[in-house]
Design a protein around this ligand. Structure first.
Ligand SMILES: CC(C)(COP(=O)(O)OP(=O)(O)OC[C@H]1O[C@@H](n2cnc3c(N)ncnc32)[C@H](O)[C@@H]1OP(=O)(O)O)[C@@H](O)C(=O)NCCC(=O)NCCS
Length: 198
């Protein structure tokens, strides 16, 4: 009974970080390790691309769903394998308005989410490098209105990457979600909180 209740209801704290159009992208520090290459936007090449992803079938299907809805993908590849991937949502990504990820984007604004570096590749600066590359590309496009990203308040590795890419803490949200499986409804309340990283 308690398990059912836990699956059906959850409260999360989500610090939101922002990169405004006038801000500066920090230098690549550290640079990508030798042989690693950022590809953005990355075209999902079809079923053969499935082989590239560490957690193949699940990740690939998940990314295809986002792309169909208008999102863009960034990957860092090494020796034909994907060492990092993340999803860049645009205002056209319908799912952004669905629970539990609701965060309305204005025209020209992007939201970078669903970042994943497989355990063997972590700690090499791939996530901040992907963020820096995405922002550099996006700000060169007409109408760029800034970038957002958010994570859970206990995800220090994720937040440190955001800061290394020049993002600044904006505000925190408390999200109350109710649902099960793929169907979730949520309310997002913005709350005053101290910045989550010292
Ligand atoms: C969050 C995440 C994407 C960061 O990716 P990354 O490419 O390892 O990023 P970085 O290389 O900048 O490392 C981030 C921090 O993890 C630390 N780290 C180092 N080695 C690590 C390892 N083997 N395992 C885990 N973390 C490690 C790094 O030291 C770094 O901290 P620092 O800034 O104090 O040095 C990755 O940890 C991940 O995929 N986590 C699971 C999914 C997730 O939480 N996604 C984020 C959703 S927003």
């Amino acid at each position: 009974m308690r398990t059912i209740a836990r699956r059906a209801f959850c409260v999360t704290h989500q610090p939101i970080f922002e990169f405004l159009p006038g801000m500066t992208v920090p230098p690549d520090d550290p640079p990508l390790p030798c042989g690693y290459e950022l590809v953005y936007p990355y075209t999902l090449a079809g079923p053969e691309a499935l082989e590239l992803f560490p957690d193949a079938a699940k990740t690939y299907k998940h990314l295809c769903r986002w792309v169909e809805r208008g999102a863009r993908i960034a990957v860092i590849a090494v020796e034909g394998k994907i060492a990092h991937h993340c999803v860049v949502h645009t205002g056209r990504t319908a799912s952004l308005s669905c629970a539990p990820n609701s965060l309305a984007l204005v025209e020209g604004q992007i939201c970078v989410k669903y970042a994943e570096t497989p355990p063997a590749e972590r700690g090499k600066g791939l996530w901040p490098a992907a963020l820096r590359g995405i922002v550099r590309h996006e700000r060169s496009q007409e109408g760029f209105a800034g970038a957002l990203t958010w994570t859970m308040s206990d995800n220090v590795a994720s937040m440190r990457g955001m800061v290394k890419a020049g993002f600044v803490y904006q505000k925190s949200a408390r999200v109350i979600s109710v649902g099960a499986g793929r169907v979730w409804y949520s309310c997002r309340f913005y709350v005053a909180e101290a910045p989550p990283l010292k």
